[in-house]
Design a protein around this ligand. Sequence first.
Ligand code: UDP
Length: 357
Amino acid sequence: MKIVTVVGARPQFIKAAVVSRILRKQAEEILVHTGQHHDYNMSDVFFEELEIPKPDYNLGISGGSHGKMTGAMLGAIEEVLMKEKPDALLVYGDTNSTLAAALAAVKLHIPVCHAEAGNRLGSFDNPEEVNRICTDHVARKLLACTESAMEFLKHEGIADRAVLVGDPMYDAFCYYGDKAGMAQNHVLTGFNGEKLSVPEKFYYLTCHRQENTDDPEKLLNILKAVNSLDAPCVYPVHPRNRQTVMALRGEYALKNMVFCEPVGYLTSVALVKNAEKIVTDSGGLQREAFFAGKQCVTVFDYVVWPETMTANRNQLAKPDSQDILTKLSAEQVIDPAYKPFGDGHAGDKIVKELLSI
Ligand code: UDP
């Protein structure tokens, strides 16, 4: 059986690392990288560290408006699919790469398998919501991470194509967790290439969604909150908002911040495991905080992973310093028996379902 997998963004590389390892023992996989994330520290480092096979195609498409990017990918992926004639297409998550690949395949009558199906925020204000919904509705197999995702698919009348497999990000966290080691053994890179060490005690921030970073005022509120904590805050800055962060850093005294370039996955996992607490707007990081039992505040208007929102383990906050600090100070309660993201073997189940198409 021949499968084309399309990836393009950081979180998809992590999921592909888990699934490709298993898939390639049982089928031929052609890996297509759209180029959506292309810098060394947003792409290559993941392929190297996680030993992801080299992409068979790199389409080199990134930047521009959502429509332009998605359109360019649609045409380029269609060409690959027409040449390779796979038995099925595998896509992950909710990026423009996901939607473009799904549309290209369905029009060529190639069955689509969507991993991380069924997540809904309930608003098109979030640019990825349309990608999630459209991909799910054209896909043949919907592989959900959680019960709540299954419920959304049921409400939309497409649960007959859905299977609960668990979260491949949890698989990755279990598989690579030990390899990551202590955060203090990792070295961070500053904006001028200087080497920075990870403090003994620290908080971990990631913040890159356009909802929080397009308006510098909102980002500043978030930075002021974490800057006022009782230990330094490590913040690997996404290329999308590097300029804004550099301007704010120059203008305000943010002395308690450790700003750095994006880190590789192993460093990120080590930071999660050793941080005091986590502030993020990332879908992946809020789950990883949960996996590690670290308290998280998610600066976002919508619940993305309802299973994490229990006993103060993950709380939503506005991009408002006081709100973030209040939520961070609430005490979390952990029930070790509560494991809503599966058993760490989602990858096996994804491959099984994919090969059953
Ligand atoms: N991540 C990383 N380096 C960083 C920041 C994040 O390796 O500097 C990892 C982390 O494991 C996170 C994943 O990338 O879960 C997803 O990234 P992102 O926040 O870009 O995407 P989202 O999960 O919001 O779709």
